[in-house]
Design a protein. Structure first.
Length: 345
């Protein structure tokens, strides 16, 4: 079988591709994951690339999903490009590695007693491309005797939004970066971050999805769900969210709206410390117990996405394996280190 060259971003990276392979699969083998949510069936229109040289014929799916202007500028869907010659393509630089950004804090919204939502409007560069579920590393500047530090936070907004990102940040009173965010960082202030990074992102399949998260672990799951809504994704999804009490729940109205707008999505909050006798009528106990009660069938066909403390993730993986879910279909990022990465003054 013949082998061809795929030149990415004018020689930034050159890779080999077997004849008749799909471009999206060729890129994935090199750990270059383009957004996609339809199992490469040409239905979601997310995996856009610019073909600079080597292809000019559009499929029926591309003719339906791409605008006239996109076709004039040689934009294609990577899942529809079958390699039959050498290709020269252009991708957003973020897909080839993390990038440095500056942004302005446009809002700082209190969600619970210890979680805030930050909205960051991008200043340079003015846009970002990421896979729903990935994270960025926010930089706290040095001040006086305090050294600068960096801390990873998952993106909570849809990847259909390119001019801003949202973060859900939980206060760690013994930490360094989150007290700065809660007590010092102001609306209108400029911040720096790098990214995107991480392997916790929606895979390019049509498998049913199971999400389990707690606390600020809501962020990457919210990003995935909002992305699904923006791109009319109809995959089956069930989301178990763990909290202590009703006061620790947030985005409840938004989750209800997503249940109405996504055709096959269910949100299940579980409270582990809600006072007996309260008016709470939902699930009680820890989130793994709630999942075990509700998911009575085998989960071998599912993908699972977990976000929380290492102990929670370890318990979830064990519980899911008992229900037949292959651990290779369980995705998470363990970046919640208690110590931030320190930088010089």
């Amino acid at each position: 079988m013949a082998t061809f060259k795929v030149d990415i971003n004018a020689g930034k990276k050159v890779i080999d591709a077997e004849e008749n392979s799909r471009l999206i699969d060729v890129l994935a083998l090199q750990n270059i994951f383009l957004p996609s949510a339809c199992g490469s069936s040409g239905k979601c229109g997310l995996c856009k690339v610019t073909i600079k040289k080597g292809r000019c014929i559009y499929t029926d799916s591309e003719n339906m999903l791409l605008s006239d202007n996109e076709k004039k500028t040689n934009v294609s869907l990577a899942c529809q490009v079958v390699v039959s010659d050498n290709l020269e393509i252009e991708l957003p630089h973020e897909y080839l590695g993390a990038k440095e950004f500056t942004a302005e804090v446009s809002s700082k919204k209190v969600l619970t007693k210890d979680i805030v939502e930050l909205t960051l409007i991008l200043k340079s560069p003015v846009s970002i491309h990421f896979n729903a579920g990935q994270y960025i590393t926010l930089k706290m500047p040095s001040s006086g005797d305090r050294m600068g530090a960096m801390r990873p936070f998952s993106i909570a907004s849809s990847n259909a939004e390119h001019s801003f990102i949202q973060l859900n940040i939980r206060l760690n009173p013994q930490g360094v970066v989150t007290p700065w965010i809660f007590n010092e960082l102001q609306v209108g202030q400029e911040v720096a971050f790098s990214g995107p990074r991480g392997n916790f992102f929606m895979r390019n399949t049509t498998k049913p999805m199971l999400f389990i998260a707690g606390g600020s672990g809501m962020a990457p799951v919210r990003s995935i769900l909002k992305t699904m809504k923006n791109h009319h994704n109809s995959r089956h999804a069930i989301y178990f969210f763990g909290a202590l009490t009703k006061d620790d729940l947030y985005y409840v109205d938004e989750m209800a709206e997503l249940q109405d707008s996504l055709p096959d999505f269910r949100f299940v909050p579980a409270l582990s410390n809600e006072p007996t006798g309260s008016d709470w009528s939902g699930e009680r106990g820890n989130v793994i117990e709630a999942m075990d009660r509700i998911c009575t069938d085998k989960l071998s066909d599912y993908e699972a996405y977990l976000c929380g403390k290492p102990a929670m993730i370890e318990g979830c993986v064990a519980a899911l394996e008992k229900k037949g879910l292959d651990k290779n279909q369980v995705f998470f990022d363990l970046f919640n280190s208690p110590k931030p990465v320190m930088s010089g003054k």
